[in-house]
Design a protein around this ligand. Structure first.
Ligand SMILES: [Zn+2]
Length: 77
């Protein structure tokens, strides 16, 4: 069963190829041993569900909660 072995190898190699980091990791600021959250979490869904950062607002992809940020105030006029 040499064929099966080869297939397995290819798969292993694929996993080692550095992919783009999952977007999930953007929400964590890892400095040393401390892990801080750099984004707000959704007040409706609770911890673990982060708000997506947009120019003028932050939105929850799970429940649709939207929070407007001050960043956009100048642009909105
Ligand atoms: Zn939510």
């Amino acid at each position: 069963m040499a064929k099966g072995k080869k297939k397995r190898r290819e798969r292993e190699r694929k996993e080692k190829v550095p992919k783009r980091k999952s977007a999930k990791w953007k929400v964590y600021d890892v400095s040393g041993e401390a892990v801080k959250r750099s984004l707000k979490s959704c007040p409706k869904c609770g911890d673990g569900v982060f708000l997506a950062d947009h120019k003028t607002r932050m939105t929850c992809g799970k429940c649709g909660y939207t929070e407007f940020t001050r960043k956009g105030e100048e642009e909105e006029k």
